[in-house]
Design a protein around this ligand. Structure first.
Ligand code: ADP
Ligand code: MG
Ligand code: MG
Length: 887
């Protein structure tokens, strides 16, 4: 049977037995929602969905909609004519539709919608006559020309906006709705002229051509740069494609008994259980979110149209009960009749996500395990970062107030464009992006900013929605601000702020401060604490942290770290007088001199380790021995070389010889890791002494059983590990014997060279644990260095050779295969072997899921990612449990 590419809204729910996941995969999120609402008997303007498979087919066919699918589309239009009693292309009673994109996951503002499609020079007259409302007819037509030109042909929106502004100025009116039918009729002529000037052909009059071009444009938009950026940010696979919905129009712009709005069943900023939304009378589509007029809060609808309000609240409740989650809905009122246009699980802030999850459990709607799946691990990040210092906040002066659009505290220098935000942040500056309003092309800049402040737009404006999605602080709609983009300054409460001036904004209150306010760290308590408790209950993977200092270890502990998976000892060599001793060691010519220099480092190292053991108590602390090539410890600038030579009491000539001898063509693959200790075993002896003595001291002092974990880096051959390990064991055993205490310790290795992974069965015989250093393992498996990959990875994304950065998301097919294979063979050879990961991937949710699935014992990540990893580990466990239950 040939594939079914189109579904009427009336068919979807039954065809997929109400399975939302299956429906979303094929019909997209929007199509699935429309089908479910239709099945539930809600008032939905009817239409049909062209599936995501049709989108894939469009790309397979070389960006063409093939004849069979085109034919199918027109047949469905015939079907829609029957349902609506109107005829597509009819002059007197035209069927008008919207063409809407809808991917599996909502991609806000990423793809565009065309409304009022089907109008042309003749039918606009027919519509005016039939409805006796020429203003409405021409308003619909001018919107259609504008959207079609923008979405299908890429003619800049601003060309049209400028003409509207001109017309408004001419007429001396403030709002679009104050323009008369005649004005709008003139605008239509001007708009079509703009179209023709840009496209060198007249505006298409054939509705069938309009429709096919619009559907193509939606398919095409799946591959536009904005969509690609969003997809990469959110790990949405390119192959998914988008569906297209063709839907009869409901007209919110037909007069004062009509309107359009958006609403959430709960507050998306705080989670409070109360209908939350906005609407505009006599408006259409994006008017509410674009900020052309300031919308009214949904509660006003109760007075303005009580019956509609009642019907809407009942539907909202029904939808929430049906989907068992907070819903984000779009509706339109046409001549007093309510129409539902969209429902989906609403995007929300991290705070709101936690509150809603806890409330839904308390309301008996979902259980704890389901709740665990309800918060995006990445979202927690927003809660882990500093809040304003309450003391400093008390003293700070509020200079303005906007809407509390996305919570959090942001303090930074003012910039006025997304490009500047990106560039400044790239230089390490903290910035607050100040805009009249934001639009989808600003997305990267918004991501770079600490916070976003807009002059226009409500709680559901682009800026607000996107900021909440990213967990970035946002204050929107502060109409008191006057921005001057040319001069790069804004004025608020009589004061002018220039680019580079500090401001602070509070996305939880909407307050704006004309100064820098210090911030304080966050803590895990309240709903957050309760929620993390549920996550900890179900997860199997342990979560450790990468920490080099007691301060980091403490931070990670506060965030729930159960051990240290990676302590990099080289960082400890760079401070103050240590670096000098280190350099003495490097230039030493004899073993004796080297040992002398190392002896100077020993007490510092030992002190560092004592600090870590004291902080972590009996939780495992894994210490990796010296890893980087030695030249990293020597200066490169002429003046520094001279100073150092004087310092070390050797000639500049001699020092330069040492530096030259340490030069490497490819330091990533050079004299580093355990290769250093094979050449200079005394380094391993010193480090072992520091670790073991520290453990002995802390054991004696605290009575706690410390079991230090010594980790040998960059092993590729079992004999290499054995050689270094023998020095470690000999040194350690002597010290422990001398101390006369019973202390255990472990020696393990990193698996970060493909050869180590491939010979894991042998290596496991000499190792107590494996820890996957997936940064190096990824570099060595792909054969490119992380630091150079930036130069070419962009072309790989553009050409879809790679969809995501393998240094961010663990590559399951290659690197992952090495992990899986070595974990299996390692465990088979040594059943007591324990397994973990300590690369950047340890804090990346999809990589954590992979680690769970291949049976690692722990993931280790930077302190601020610990809660994220805890939740990701819990979600992996729940997903696995459910998959098993299904079988
Ligand atoms: P997005 O995914 O960007 O929200 P939508 O497809 O939901 O895009 O449409 C954009 C706007 O147009 C929304 O406000 C929506 O409610 C409105 N809209 C879409 N289809 C129709 C329709 N058939 N009748 C009236 N308004 C519509
Ligand atoms: Mg849109
Ligand atoms: Mg929408």
């Amino acid at each position: 049977m040939s594939r079914k590419y189109l579904y009427y809204f009336t068919e979807g729910s039954e065809a997929f037995h109400g399975d939302m996941t299956a429906m979303k995969n094929t019909l997209g999120g929007k199509g699935a929602g429309l089908a479910e609402m239709t099945a539930a008997g809600m008032p939905v303007p009817q239409g049909f969905t062209i599936t995501t498979d049709a989108c894939t087919q469009y790309y397979t066919d070389g960006r063409q909609i093939n004849e069979a699918i085109q034919k199918d589309i027109f047949e469905h239009m015939k079907g829609l004519e029957k349902i609506t009693g109107k005829t597509f292309g009819d002059i007197n009673n035209p069927l008008l539709v919207s063409v809407r994109s809808g991917a599996r996951q909502s991609m806000p503002g990423m793809m565009d919608t065309i409304l009022n499609l089907g109008l042309n020079d003749e039918s606009v007259e027919g519509l005016a006559k039939k409805t006796n409302n020429p203003r409405f007819a021409y308003d619909s037509y001018r919107r259609f020309v504008q959207m079609f030109a923008d979405v299908v042909m890429g003619v800049s929106k601003s060309l049209f906006e400028d003409e509207i502004d001109k017309m408004k100025a001419e007429k001396g009116v403030k709002n679009d709705i104050d323009l008369s039918a005649e004005d709008l009729k003139k605008l239509v002529v001007i708009f079509k002229k703009i179209y023709e000037d840009n496209e060198k052909k007249p505006f298409p009059q054939d509705p069938k051509e309009q429709l096919i071009e619009a559907v193509k444009a939606v398919f095409r938009s799946w591959d536009n740069p904005r969509a690609n950026v969003y997809r990469k940010m959110n790990e949405i696979p390119y192959e998914w494609g988008t569906a297209v919905n063709v839907q009869q129009m409901a007209f919110g712009n037909s007069g004062d008994n009509s309107g359009t709005g958006v609403a959430f069943t709960r507050n998306p900023a705080t989670g409070e259980k109360k209908l939350f939304g906005e609407y505009l009378i006599n408006a259409q589509g994006e008017d509410v979110v674009s900020g052309v007029r300031t919308p009214s809060p949904i509660s006003h609808l109760q007075d303005q149209m009580p019956a509609v309000y009642k019907e809407f609240t009942e539907i909202a409740t029904k939808l929430e009960n049906h989907f068992k989650d907070m819903q984000d809905m779009e509706f339109t009122i046409e001549d007093g009749h309510l129409f539902m246009l969209q429902t989906r699980n609403g995007k929300r802030t991290a705070n709101a996500a936690l509150k809603v999850a806890c409330d839904l459990v308390d309301e008996g709607m979902i259980d704890e395990e389901e709740a665990v799946l309800r918060v995006e691990p990445h979202q927690l990040d927003a809660l882990l970062h500093p809040q304003f210092d309450p003391e400093a906040l008390k003293k700070a002066e509020v200079v303005g107030k906007g809407l509390a659009a996305s919570p959090g505290a942001a303090c930074g220098k003012v910039v006025f464009s997304a490009e500047d935000a990106k560039a400044w942040a790239g230089r390490g500056e903290k910035v607050v992006l100040v805009r009249l309003e934001t639009s989808p092309e600003d997305i990267e800049g918004m991501q770079s900013a600490e916070g976003i402040l807009t002059v226009r737009g409500g709680m559901t404006s682009h800026a607000a929605v996107v900021a909440r999605g990213m967990g970035t602080c946002c204050v929107s709609g502060c109409g008191d601000i006057t921005v001057n983009y040319d001069k790069k300054e804004f004025t608020l409460a009589g004061k002018t702020y220039k680019e580079g001036d500090y401001i602070s904004i509070d996305g939880s209150t909407g307050n704006i401060y004309g100064e820098a306010i210090p911030t304080v760290p966050a803590s895990i308590s309240g709903d957050f604490g309760r929620y993390m408790g549920w996550a900890d209950k179900v997860r199997r993977l342990k979560v450790y942290t990468n920490a080099d200092t007691p301060r980091d270890a403490k931070q990670a502990s506060d965030f729930g770290a159960e051990g240290i998976g990676l302590c990099r000892t080289e960082h400890m060599f760079f401070e103050g007088s240590r670096i000098k001793a280190m350099r003495e060691m490097i230039v030493a010519e004899t073993v004796e001199d080297r040992k002398k220099a190392l002896a100077k480092i020993l007490p510092y190292q030992q002190g560092d380790f004592e600090g870590l053991f004291e902080t972590m108590g009996e939780r495992p602390v894994t210490i990796r021995f010296l890893d980087p090539p030695l030249h990293e410890f020597l200066p490169t600038k002429e003046a520094d070389i001279k100073d150092l030579a004087d310092d070390l009491n050797i000639t500049v000539q001699k020092l330069k010889e040492v530096i030259a001898s340490l030069h490497e063509f490819n330091p990533m693959m050079g004299h580093r890791g355990c290769r250093l200790t094979v050449t200079y075993p005394e380094i391993a002896e010193m480090q072992t002494t520091a670790v073991i003595n520290a453990a002995i001291n802390v054991t004696k002092k605290t009575g706690k059983k410390i079991v230090p974990q010594i980790m040998i880096p960059l092993v590729g051959e079992v004999k290499e590990l054995k050689y270094v390990k023998d020095f470690v064991v000999k040194t350690a055993d002597e010290l422990i014997k001398k101390a006369g205490i019973d202390m255990k310790y472990e020696v393990g290795t990193m698996i970060e060279i493909p050869r180590a992974a491939l010979t894991a069965g042998k290596i496991a015989k000499e190792a107590d644990f494996f820890c996957y250093g997936t940064n190096d393992l990824t570099q060595m498996t792909f054969g490119f260095s992380r630091d150079d990959a930036g130069k070419f990875l962009d072309s790989y994304y553009e050409t879809k050779i790679y969809e995501s950065d393998p240094f961010v998301h663990l590559d399951p097919d290659g690197v992952g295969r090495l992990v899986k294979l070595s974990a299996t063979e390692g465990k088979a050879a040594n059943p007591a072997l324990h397994l973990g990961i300590c690369g950047e991937h340890g804090g990346d949710p999809s990589s954590v899921e992979f680690c769970h699935n291949v049976g690692l014992d722990y993931v280790s990540c930077s302190p601020f990612r610990v809660p994220i990893a805890r939740l990701a580990a819990a979600q992996a466990a729940v997903k696995e449990k459910r998959a098993k239950a299904k079988k």
